[in-house]
Design a protein around this ligand. Structure first.
Ligand code: ADP
Ligand code: ZN
Ligand code: ZN
Length: 681
């Protein structure tokens, strides 16, 4: 007779299956072992789990199926890893199996025991030892931050200006960890794949290429498996990755770094909607590791946690080499002729940079040529037939493209509604910005007498593999004088010769219905400003230009002084008064359906059923509302906001609510999901 095993398997979202499932095995297997098990008619990869508390239901052994192959040779996933997965599944209201299996590299899930054995045998490629560069002498601020990280438990918020040397602090904190315990492991998270190569190079330069592995979705499956195994076997000292890496198996985890901790990309936007930053803090505490969150513009959640004494704030206000932060210049667009894209003083300033052989960076948060194409004779506009949104005009290939569902058509020769040939773009995107700059700067000359070179960088121009790297190299080598783009250009890149950064039209965020829009705008503008004058020799003359119709907005007053604390105080004041996060905790129930009525009816039934549930007295449930973009790809979307002053009350309520939601069946309902601590409402 075999051993009873509890196994978590990839379960569909909202399945009512009680996890983990029970199987029989001839061998006793430890929790954390990987096995292949039959599930319905399929065979799937599963993780042996701990027995449910209290032993769980006693299944009839006669009914149980046997586990298939055991992926031997792989040490079991640790108890700490299983606790992390269980916490994430519980907190974000998803199944254990979904979270556990999604946390493993895709290829591992598909391998059989023999294939895996072959992988494990493969020796790690002979390490090419980098010529390790000598670390610079620390500044006083860096030394103080490191001393605190060494001496105190944390969590730490490293609040350092762009260019203040935060990365050097991360490198030294890892060094200190490895000096203490050469077998320890560090996890370093970055928000974007684009930023991993740069950071990876710095870590490899310091610790040798064999010590560092990367984990992100831009890697091929075999690469990911290799990195994952390196981490899991404890061979990799440093794992550097995007949000998914927070789930890496790290048996000797001693330190977690979350760089640019305020970045919204740390929040997963589908499936289990987890925050990798928040999980990093949880994981560090659970595993006795230290955690350092770094940012020049921390999330208001983290800033507030410092104010409450829950996080320790380490400040590094000075830029390395005493490079000054750029002067902020606001252009009052109310004084410019209607429809002005570039105000004359901004243009003059850009021309001047070009003449001096310096570079400028201009950004606008909208790609394409114009957000709408409209008929001048009737009221036709380039709406998407599948979404409640306009299709964007892309002049380069003369298409109308929906940025929500991807629906693309050639631009019509004449108005599809009235036949008028006079159809025109409304508004502007990066393509149009580029086109106009080329015209407006036709007379600008570089020091070598050549005309100015203008390039664009956005999701369209970097779609092809390698395009981004190529474009970045062009900017670095000085081939480009003015770089136009979306916020993509503002993140992290270390462009030495940029002395002017301009936000052409950032006002939208000031009047957004999303209460986090100002926070995001402020951090975007601060980041962008940080791109200018990184070369101390030029920093004195560096400028950040903002064209706005609301120059008196308090956000800009704080920006002019590069005063994040003032901005945070003002925003937190408003949030406290309105009882919004971080002074309250939120969750969203989202529903997708064939019609808006069904989506809202589902949410209304869910709300009606809530009153009787545990914790409901401490949870405010608002009314169902359509989402801002209500229809995408012919699916109607609505949401219901929940709020509570108590995180545990909200959690208890959501757990009690789950089975009720699973029981609600409506014709035309496509799917629903809970988003805990949503970032966009
Ligand atoms: P941040 O991550 O805060 O933007 P970085 O760590 O990238 O800043 O540092 C900015 C620049 O200063 C980098 O080129 C880095 O090599 C350099 N740097 C960092 N610390 C020191 C130091 N103590 N002495 C000299 N240069 C330093
Ligand atoms: Zn028309
Ligand atoms: Zn569409």
């Amino acid at each position: 007779m075999g051993h009873l095993l509890h196994v978590v398997v990839p379960t569909p979202a909202h399945s009512t299956v009680v996890e983990p499932l029970s199987y029989l095995s001839e061998l006793p297997l430890l929790p954390g072992a990987l096995v292949r098990v039959p599930l319905g008619r399929r065979e799937v990869c599963g993780v042996v789990w701990d027995a449910p508390a209290g032993g769980g239901p006693q299944p009839d052994p006669g009914q149980l199926r046997a586990v298939g192959a055991v992926l031997g040779g792989l040490p079991p996933l640790s108890a700490a890893w299983r606790r992390l997965v269980a916490f994430a599944a519980g907190y974000y209201q998803r199944s254990l199996g979904e979270v556990a299996l999604a946390a493993l590299p895709p290829q591992l899930r598909g391998l059989d025991a023999e294939q895996l054995a072959r992988r494990l045998q493969r020796k790690a490629a002979a390490a090419v030892e980098a010529v390790r560069s000598a670390p610079p002498a620390l500044t006083d601020e860096q030394a103080q931050a490191l001393a605190a990280i060494g001496a105190e438990p944390g969590p730490f918020l490293l609040f350092g200006a762009t260019g203040s040397g935060k990365t050097e602090v991360y490198l030294r904190a890892v060094q200190a960890l490895l000096d203490r315990d050469p077998e320890a492991q560090a996890l370093v998270l970055v928000p974007e794949i684009n930023l991993t190569p740069q950071l990876q190079a710095r870590f490899e330069d310091r610790f040798g290429a064999s010590a560092v592995v990367a984990l992100h979705s831009g890697m091929t499956n075999p690469q990911r498996l290799k990195s994952w195994i390196g981490a899991h076997l404890g061979r990799a000292r440093i794992v550097l990755g995007t949000r998914m890496a927070v789930f890496a198996s790290l048996p000797r985890l001693g330190l977690i770094v979350v760089d640019e901790e305020h970045d919204p990309s740390y929040k997963q936007q589908e499936g289990a909607r987890y925050s990798a930053r928040d999980l990093a803090v949880y994981r560090a505490r659970a595993e006795g590791a230290k955690v350092v969150l770094g940012s020049a513009t921390p999330s208001l959640e983290s800033w507030h946690a410092c104010e409450r004494g829950r996080y320790r704030c380490l400040e590094m206000p000075a830029r390395i080499g005493a490079g000054a932060l750029p002067t902020v210049r606001l252009v009052n667009m109310n004084h410019q002729p209607h429809g002005t894209l570039f105000s004359p003083p901004l243009l003059a300033a850009i021309s001047q940079r070009i003449a001096r052989g310096e570079q400028a960076l201009v950004f606008l948060n909208r790609r394409g040529y114009a957000p709408v194409l409209a008929c001048n004779a009737c009221d036709w506009k380039s709406e998407c037939s599948h979404c409640s949104a306009f299709r964007v005009f892309h002049k380069i290939d003369r298409t109308l493209r929906c940025h929500h569902c991807g629906f693309t058509e050639r631009v019509p020769r004449a108005c599809p509604s009235c036949g008028n040939v006079d159809i025109a773009p409304l508004g502007r995107g990066t393509e149009r910005l580029e086109e106009q700059l080329v015209e407006l700067l036709a007379d600008a000359r570089r020091p070598d007498g050549e005309p100015a070179r203008i390039a664009r960088m956005d999701a369209d121009s970097t779609r092809h593999k390698g395009a981004l790297e190529e474009q970045l190299a062009q900017v670095h080598s000085g081939e480009v004088d003015v770089l136009v783009g979306t916020q993509m250009v503002t993140k992290g890149h270390d462009f030495r010769r940029i002395t002017l950064v301009a936000a052409v039209n950032p006002d939208g965020a000031l009047y957004s219905s999303d209460f986090r829009a100002p926070e995001r705008l402020f951090s975007l503008l601060m980041q962008a400003a940080g791109r200018a004058g990184r070369d101390a020799a030029r920093s004195a003359a560096s400028e950040m230009w903002v064209q706005t119709f609301s120059p008196e907005h308090p956000l800009f007053a704080a920006l002019k002084k590069h005063d994040y604390p003032a901005f945070a105080a003002q925003q937190l004041g408003e949030r406290r008064q309105a009882a919004m996060p971080p002074f309250a905790f939120q969750a969203l129930l989202r529903a997708d359906a064939r019609t808006q009525e069904v989506a809202q009816a589902f949410l209304q039934s869910a709300a009606d059923a809530a009153a009787a549930l545990e914790g409901s007295a401490r949870v405010t449930i608002y009314s169902p509302v359509p989402m801002t973009v209500q229809r995408v790809a012919n699916v109607e979307r609505a949401q219901l906001l929940l709020e509570s002053g108590s995180r545990p009350a909200l959690q208890a309520f959501l757990s009690a609510w789950q089975p009720v939601l699973q029981g609600l069946r409506l014709r035309g309902l496509i799917r629903w999901a809970i988003d805990v601590d949503p970032l966009v409402i």
